[in-house]
Design a protein around this ligand. Structure first.
Ligand code: SAM
Length: 317
Protein backbone atom coordinates (compact mmCIF):
# COMPACT_ATOMS: atom_id res chain seq x y z
CA UNK A 1 0.00 0.00 0.00
CA UNK A 2 1.20 3.55 -0.82
CA UNK A 3 2.25 5.42 2.33
CA UNK A 4 3.50 8.96 2.79
CA UNK A 5 6.87 9.02 4.55
CA UNK A 6 6.21 12.43 6.02
CA UNK A 7 8.89 14.46 4.25
CA UNK A 8 7.71 17.76 2.78
CA UNK A 9 9.75 19.02 -0.21
CA UNK A 10 9.70 22.46 -1.83
CA UNK A 11 10.66 21.29 -5.32
CA UNK A 12 8.60 19.02 -7.56
CA UNK A 13 9.86 15.56 -8.48
CA UNK A 14 7.60 12.68 -9.51
CA UNK A 15 9.31 10.34 -6.99
CA UNK A 16 8.32 12.60 -4.10
CA UNK A 17 5.07 12.42 -2.17
CA UNK A 18 4.46 15.87 -0.68
CA UNK A 19 5.50 19.19 -2.25
CA UNK A 20 4.72 22.65 -0.85
CA UNK A 21 6.17 25.38 -3.04
CA UNK A 22 6.36 29.03 -2.04
CA UNK A 23 5.97 31.19 -5.13
CA UNK A 24 3.99 31.60 -8.31
CA UNK A 25 2.14 28.46 -9.36
CA UNK A 26 3.34 28.91 -12.94
CA UNK A 27 6.93 28.43 -11.73
CA UNK A 28 6.02 25.18 -9.99
CA UNK A 29 3.94 24.01 -12.96
CA UNK A 30 6.98 24.42 -15.25
CA UNK A 31 8.74 21.65 -13.28
CA UNK A 32 5.82 19.21 -13.61
CA UNK A 33 6.03 16.71 -16.50
CA UNK A 34 3.23 16.42 -19.09
CA UNK A 35 0.19 14.29 -18.19
CA UNK A 36 1.46 13.39 -14.70
CA UNK A 37 -1.27 14.79 -12.39
CA UNK A 38 -4.45 12.84 -11.74
CA UNK A 39 -6.47 15.56 -9.97
CA UNK A 40 -6.06 19.33 -10.04
CA UNK A 41 -8.40 20.91 -7.54
CA UNK A 42 -8.28 24.54 -6.55
CA UNK A 43 -9.95 27.74 -5.55
CA UNK A 44 -8.18 30.57 -7.37
CA UNK A 45 -8.30 34.21 -6.26
CA UNK A 46 -11.67 35.71 -7.28
CA UNK A 47 -10.23 39.16 -8.02
CA UNK A 48 -12.45 40.79 -5.39
CA UNK A 49 -9.71 42.50 -3.39
CA UNK A 50 -9.13 39.93 -0.61
CA UNK A 51 -6.03 40.53 1.49
CA UNK A 52 -3.98 38.17 -0.73
CA UNK A 53 -4.93 39.68 -4.11
CA UNK A 54 -4.65 42.90 -6.08
CA UNK A 55 -7.88 43.63 -7.93
CA UNK A 56 -7.31 43.85 -11.68
CA UNK A 57 -9.46 44.39 -14.77
CA UNK A 58 -11.59 41.35 -15.57
CA UNK A 59 -9.86 40.82 -18.92
CA UNK A 60 -6.45 40.79 -17.27
CA UNK A 61 -7.70 38.39 -14.56
CA UNK A 62 -9.08 36.00 -17.18
CA UNK A 63 -5.74 36.15 -19.04
CA UNK A 64 -3.89 35.16 -15.84
CA UNK A 65 -6.34 32.34 -15.20
CA UNK A 66 -6.02 31.09 -18.78
CA UNK A 67 -2.22 30.91 -18.44
CA UNK A 68 -2.54 28.72 -15.31
CA UNK A 69 -5.33 26.59 -16.82
CA UNK A 70 -3.21 25.97 -19.94
CA UNK A 71 -0.37 24.56 -17.81
CA UNK A 72 -2.85 22.54 -15.76
CA UNK A 73 -4.22 20.97 -18.94
CA UNK A 74 -0.67 20.11 -20.10
CA UNK A 75 0.19 18.41 -16.80
CA UNK A 76 -3.16 16.59 -16.40
CA UNK A 77 -3.26 12.84 -16.97
CA UNK A 78 -5.48 11.68 -19.88
CA UNK A 79 -7.60 9.95 -17.19
CA UNK A 80 -7.57 12.94 -14.84
CA UNK A 81 -9.87 15.70 -13.63
CA UNK A 82 -9.72 19.44 -13.05
CA UNK A 83 -12.07 20.93 -10.43
CA UNK A 84 -12.13 24.74 -10.29
CA UNK A 85 -14.02 26.19 -7.31
CA UNK A 86 -15.25 29.78 -7.72
CA UNK A 87 -17.80 32.32 -6.56
CA UNK A 88 -18.67 35.75 -7.94
CA UNK A 89 -16.58 38.68 -9.03
CA UNK A 90 -18.32 41.90 -7.94
CA UNK A 91 -18.09 44.91 -10.23
CA UNK A 92 -19.68 48.07 -8.83
CA UNK A 93 -22.39 46.07 -7.09
CA UNK A 94 -23.08 43.95 -10.17
CA UNK A 95 -22.11 40.29 -9.83
CA UNK A 96 -20.29 38.21 -12.43
CA UNK A 97 -20.49 34.43 -11.79
CA UNK A 98 -16.88 33.45 -12.44
CA UNK A 99 -17.67 29.89 -13.54
CA UNK A 100 -19.65 31.20 -16.51
CA UNK A 101 -16.74 33.25 -17.82
CA UNK A 102 -14.09 30.62 -17.03
CA UNK A 103 -16.07 27.81 -18.69
CA UNK A 104 -15.15 28.82 -22.29
CA UNK A 105 -11.45 28.80 -21.38
CA UNK A 106 -11.60 25.14 -20.28
CA UNK A 107 -13.67 24.17 -23.33
CA UNK A 108 -11.26 25.96 -25.68
CA UNK A 109 -8.47 23.78 -24.25
CA UNK A 110 -10.49 20.72 -25.29
CA UNK A 111 -11.78 19.72 -21.85
CA UNK A 112 -15.20 18.18 -21.27
CA UNK A 113 -17.42 19.35 -18.46
CA UNK A 114 -18.84 16.60 -16.23
CA UNK A 115 -20.62 18.54 -13.49
CA UNK A 116 -21.27 22.00 -12.24
CA UNK A 117 -21.50 21.37 -8.50
CA UNK A 118 -23.35 23.78 -6.25
CA UNK A 119 -21.63 24.06 -2.88
CA UNK A 120 -24.22 25.43 -0.46
CA UNK A 121 -23.27 26.81 2.97
CA UNK A 122 -24.98 28.98 5.56
CA UNK A 123 -22.44 31.57 6.62
CA UNK A 124 -21.21 34.71 4.88
CA UNK A 125 -21.75 38.41 4.40
CA UNK A 126 -25.26 39.77 4.90
CA UNK A 127 -26.17 41.79 1.82
CA UNK A 128 -28.60 44.70 2.00
CA UNK A 129 -29.13 45.35 -1.72
CA UNK A 130 -29.33 41.75 -3.00
CA UNK A 131 -29.96 38.31 -1.49
CA UNK A 132 -26.98 37.13 0.54
CA UNK A 133 -24.75 34.72 -1.40
CA UNK A 134 -24.97 31.25 0.08
CA UNK A 135 -23.45 29.05 -2.60
CA UNK A 136 -20.44 28.83 -4.82
CA UNK A 137 -19.74 26.41 -7.65
CA UNK A 138 -17.15 23.84 -8.60
CA UNK A 139 -16.80 23.15 -12.30
CA UNK A 140 -15.42 19.68 -13.05
CA UNK A 141 -13.71 18.89 -16.35
CA UNK A 142 -11.94 15.82 -17.74
CA UNK A 143 -9.47 15.44 -20.57
CA UNK A 144 -11.07 12.35 -22.11
CA UNK A 145 -14.04 10.00 -21.89
CA UNK A 146 -11.85 7.49 -20.05
CA UNK A 147 -11.58 9.19 -16.68
CA UNK A 148 -11.35 7.83 -13.11
CA UNK A 149 -14.63 8.07 -11.24
CA UNK A 150 -15.10 5.94 -8.12
CA UNK A 151 -18.59 6.50 -6.77
CA UNK A 152 -18.64 3.92 -3.95
CA UNK A 153 -16.20 5.68 -1.55
CA UNK A 154 -18.29 8.88 -1.66
CA UNK A 155 -21.82 7.51 -1.48
CA UNK A 156 -23.98 9.08 1.22
CA UNK A 157 -26.72 7.48 3.35
CA UNK A 158 -29.98 6.72 1.57
CA UNK A 159 -33.07 8.65 2.65
CA UNK A 160 -35.19 5.45 2.83
CA UNK A 161 -32.78 2.50 3.19
CA UNK A 162 -35.66 0.23 4.22
CA UNK A 163 -37.59 0.74 0.95
CA UNK A 164 -38.35 -2.45 -1.06
CA UNK A 165 -39.50 -3.25 -4.61
CA UNK A 166 -43.25 -3.86 -4.41
CA UNK A 167 -43.66 -5.64 -7.75
CA UNK A 168 -41.67 -7.38 -10.47
CA UNK A 169 -39.01 -10.07 -10.16
CA UNK A 170 -37.31 -8.26 -7.24
CA UNK A 171 -40.51 -7.74 -5.20
CA UNK A 172 -39.76 -7.79 -1.48
CA UNK A 173 -36.03 -7.11 -1.95
CA UNK A 174 -34.43 -3.84 -0.85
CA UNK A 175 -34.46 -1.43 -3.77
CA UNK A 176 -31.56 0.83 -2.79
CA UNK A 177 -27.82 0.38 -2.98
CA UNK A 178 -26.72 -0.65 0.54
CA UNK A 179 -23.51 1.36 0.11
CA UNK A 180 -25.57 4.55 -0.11
CA UNK A 181 -26.63 6.92 -2.84
CA UNK A 182 -24.85 9.21 -5.27
CA UNK A 183 -24.27 12.54 -3.42
CA UNK A 184 -25.68 14.51 -6.37
CA UNK A 185 -24.46 17.87 -7.59
CA UNK A 186 -25.70 20.05 -4.71
CA UNK A 187 -23.35 19.63 -1.77
CA UNK A 188 -24.31 21.03 1.62
CA UNK A 189 -21.05 21.39 3.50
CA UNK A 190 -20.36 24.11 6.12
CA UNK A 191 -17.82 26.71 5.00
CA UNK A 192 -14.83 27.48 7.21
CA UNK A 193 -15.89 30.52 9.24
CA UNK A 194 -14.91 31.66 12.74
CA UNK A 195 -16.16 28.75 14.86
CA UNK A 196 -15.37 25.98 12.37
CA UNK A 197 -12.87 23.53 13.85
CA UNK A 198 -10.54 23.97 10.84
CA UNK A 199 -10.34 27.80 10.89
CA UNK A 200 -6.85 29.29 10.50
CA UNK A 201 -5.64 32.81 9.66
CA UNK A 202 -6.66 32.36 5.99
CA UNK A 203 -9.89 34.21 5.00
CA UNK A 204 -11.19 31.51 2.63
CA UNK A 205 -10.04 27.98 3.25
CA UNK A 206 -11.62 24.86 1.79
CA UNK A 207 -13.19 22.54 4.36
CA UNK A 208 -11.15 19.30 4.17
CA UNK A 209 -14.31 17.19 3.68
CA UNK A 210 -15.10 19.06 0.44
CA UNK A 211 -11.78 18.03 -1.11
CA UNK A 212 -11.89 14.50 0.32
CA UNK A 213 -14.91 13.86 -1.88
CA UNK A 214 -12.94 14.78 -5.02
CA UNK A 215 -9.83 12.88 -3.94
CA UNK A 216 -11.74 9.70 -3.19
CA UNK A 217 -13.85 9.74 -6.33
CA UNK A 218 -11.33 11.00 -8.91
CA UNK A 219 -8.00 9.43 -7.90
CA UNK A 220 -6.49 6.14 -6.78
CA UNK A 221 -3.86 5.53 -4.10
CA UNK A 222 -0.43 6.93 -5.02
CA UNK A 223 -1.84 9.39 -7.60
CA UNK A 224 -0.87 13.06 -7.62
CA UNK A 225 -3.34 15.70 -6.36
CA UNK A 226 -2.27 19.26 -7.22
CA UNK A 227 -3.54 22.65 -6.07
CA UNK A 228 -2.01 25.66 -7.90
CA UNK A 229 -3.44 28.15 -5.35
CA UNK A 230 -3.03 26.00 -2.27
CA UNK A 231 -3.37 28.55 0.59
CA UNK A 232 -3.31 26.60 3.84
CA UNK A 233 -2.69 23.28 2.08
CA UNK A 234 -6.18 21.81 2.42
CA UNK A 235 -5.98 19.87 -0.86
CA UNK A 236 -2.65 18.36 0.21
CA UNK A 237 -4.10 17.42 3.61
CA UNK A 238 -7.00 15.62 1.89
CA UNK A 239 -4.56 13.85 -0.46
CA UNK A 240 -2.25 12.71 2.35
CA UNK A 241 -5.23 11.50 4.40
CA UNK A 242 -6.17 9.08 1.64
CA UNK A 243 -2.66 7.90 0.68
CA UNK A 244 -2.28 10.05 -2.39
CA UNK A 245 0.63 12.33 -3.31
CA UNK A 246 -0.03 16.06 -2.79
CA UNK A 247 1.52 19.22 -4.25
CA UNK A 248 0.64 22.89 -4.11
CA UNK A 249 1.91 26.40 -4.72
CA UNK A 250 1.22 29.45 -2.59
CA UNK A 251 2.59 32.98 -2.79
CA UNK A 252 2.36 34.00 0.83
CA UNK A 253 4.86 32.81 3.42
CA UNK A 254 2.32 33.02 6.28
CA UNK A 255 -0.04 30.59 4.51
CA UNK A 256 2.83 28.25 3.58
CA UNK A 257 3.73 28.05 7.28
CA UNK A 258 0.13 27.17 8.16
CA UNK A 259 0.02 24.58 5.33
CA UNK A 260 3.22 22.86 6.49
CA UNK A 261 1.96 22.77 10.08
CA UNK A 262 -1.41 21.32 9.02
CA UNK A 263 0.19 18.64 6.81
CA UNK A 264 2.54 17.66 9.63
CA UNK A 265 -0.40 17.43 12.02
CA UNK A 266 -2.27 15.31 9.48
CA UNK A 267 0.71 12.96 9.19
CA UNK A 268 0.84 12.68 13.01
CA UNK A 269 -2.93 12.10 13.08
CA UNK A 270 -3.60 15.18 15.21
CA UNK A 271 -5.20 17.58 12.72
CA UNK A 272 -8.74 18.40 13.84
CA UNK A 273 -11.23 18.41 10.96
CA UNK A 274 -14.97 18.16 10.51
CA UNK A 275 -15.67 14.55 9.53
CA UNK A 276 -17.08 13.73 6.08
CA UNK A 277 -20.86 13.22 6.00
CA UNK A 278 -21.56 14.60 9.49
CA UNK A 279 -25.05 16.18 9.26
CA UNK A 280 -25.10 19.96 9.33
CA UNK A 281 -25.67 21.31 12.86
CA UNK A 282 -29.31 22.22 13.43
CA UNK A 283 -29.57 24.59 16.44
CA UNK A 284 -33.30 23.94 16.91
CA UNK A 285 -32.84 20.14 16.96
CA UNK A 286 -29.85 20.63 19.27
CA UNK A 287 -32.10 22.54 21.72
CA UNK A 288 -30.09 25.78 21.57
CA UNK A 289 -31.93 28.33 23.76
CA UNK A 290 -31.01 31.23 21.43
CA UNK A 291 -33.30 29.86 18.73
CA UNK A 292 -36.36 31.15 20.66
CA UNK A 293 -37.30 34.73 19.61
CA UNK A 294 -37.49 36.71 22.90
CA UNK A 295 -39.87 39.31 21.44
CA UNK A 296 -42.61 36.72 21.23
CA UNK A 297 -42.83 36.79 25.02
CA UNK A 298 -41.10 40.03 26.16
CA UNK A 299 -43.31 43.14 26.21
CA UNK A 300 -40.61 45.73 26.83
CA UNK A 301 -38.51 44.82 23.80
CA UNK A 302 -38.33 47.22 20.85
CA UNK A 303 -38.64 44.32 18.44
CA UNK A 304 -42.47 44.00 18.72
CA UNK A 305 -42.70 47.57 17.40
CA UNK A 306 -40.55 46.71 14.40
CA UNK A 307 -42.70 43.67 13.74
CA UNK A 308 -45.94 45.69 14.01
CA UNK A 309 -44.48 48.32 11.65
CA UNK A 310 -43.60 45.63 9.10
CA UNK A 311 -47.10 44.18 9.32
CA UNK A 312 -48.61 47.63 8.67
CA UNK A 313 -46.19 48.46 5.85
CA UNK A 314 -45.95 45.13 3.99
CA UNK A 315 -48.97 43.19 5.25
CA UNK A 316 -46.73 40.32 6.29
CA UNK A 317 -44.87 39.11 9.35
C1 SAM B 1 -8.84 31.26 -2.44
S1 SAM B 1 -7.28 31.07 -1.74
C2 SAM B 1 -7.10 29.33 -1.62
C3 SAM B 1 -7.27 28.79 -0.23
C4 SAM B 1 -7.13 27.27 -0.16
N1 SAM B 1 -8.15 26.62 -0.94
C5 SAM B 1 -7.16 26.76 1.26
O1 SAM B 1 -7.89 25.81 1.55
O2 SAM B 1 -6.47 27.32 2.11
C6 SAM B 1 -6.21 31.49 -3.06
C7 SAM B 1 -4.73 31.51 -2.65
O3 SAM B 1 -3.94 31.64 -3.82
C8 SAM B 1 -2.77 32.40 -3.51
N2 SAM B 1 -2.26 32.89 -4.81
C9 SAM B 1 -2.76 33.88 -5.59
N3 SAM B 1 -2.11 33.95 -6.76
C10 SAM B 1 -1.16 32.96 -6.72
C11 SAM B 1 -0.18 32.50 -7.65
N4 SAM B 1 -0.03 33.08 -8.84
N5 SAM B 1 0.59 31.45 -7.30
C12 SAM B 1 0.46 30.86 -6.08
N6 SAM B 1 -0.46 31.26 -5.16
C13 SAM B 1 -1.25 32.28 -5.48
C14 SAM B 1 -3.30 33.45 -2.53
O4 SAM B 1 -2.25 33.94 -1.70
C15 SAM B 1 -4.35 32.66 -1.75
O5 SAM B 1 -3.84 32.14 -0.53
Amino acid sequence: MFKNNGKIYNKFDLRRKIVVYQGDCLDLLRDIPDESLQLIVTSPPYNIGKEYETKSKLKQYLGQQAAVIKECVRTLSPHGSICWQVGNYVDNGSIVPLDTILYPIFVDFGLKMRNRIIWHFEHGLHCSKRFSGRYETIIWFTKSEDYVFNLDPVRIPQKYPGKKYFKGPNAGKYSCNPLGKNPGDVWVIPNVKSNHVEKTIHPCQFPVELIERFVLSMTNEGDWVFDPFSGTGTSIVAAVRHNRRGAGAEYERKYIDVAVERIEQELRGTLKTRPMNRPVYDPVLAGNSLTKAPWTYLDDSEQPLLIKERKLKYGTL
